[in-house]
Design a protein. Sequence first.
Length: 218
Amino acid sequence: MNAPVDLLITGFGPFPGMPRNPSAALARRLGTSVRLRLVLGGGLRVQVLETTYAAIDAQLAPALAEGPGAVLMLGVASRAARMRVEARAANRASRLYPDAAGRLASRLALDPDGPAQRRSRVAVQALAILRRHGLAVRPSRDAGRYLCNASYFRALAQACPVLFVHIPPRSRTARPRSRTRPWRGRRDPAAQAAALAEVALLLVARARGSSRRTTGPT
């Protein structure tokens, strides 16, 4: 029998220049996925974070403290034309860009005692899944220096599979698979949600595999 795994999906609320953050809508859409509900039962939670540094301690940290088995994080990249699968988060912040509350990061290092960076172990597989769904996506090693990177760095400290995916501000994430198999309907949020649901199942499968290795046969 598969071990139960709780999945946490996060998105972000509005911030300066982005009054309607599509990552929040996409996170909520994933939360209604019949496929994910069937696999996880009641172990699916969606958290839309305020785009503030204070929200990392006030909202994200308590959600992580509940011990999710896997975490899928979504954010919007304002200038991106394609999805980006983030392979790592850096222990750094920018003091140039205020958050939605008008506040700057309190320091340049997110965690003065932490490592220079933290990496996700599922980025390569997730990239392949999104490409297989016909979405325009690229790998990324730089999650920026804003709230997306800061929240990702915090979540990657968890002992569970974690992944952050940036989405474009508009529905420009699809490309034709080939000239003989033209793209159909791959630009809409439903297509993004279907592909990301499969990524979420990858995280869950990794979490279950880790649990089996830890506990051994029963």
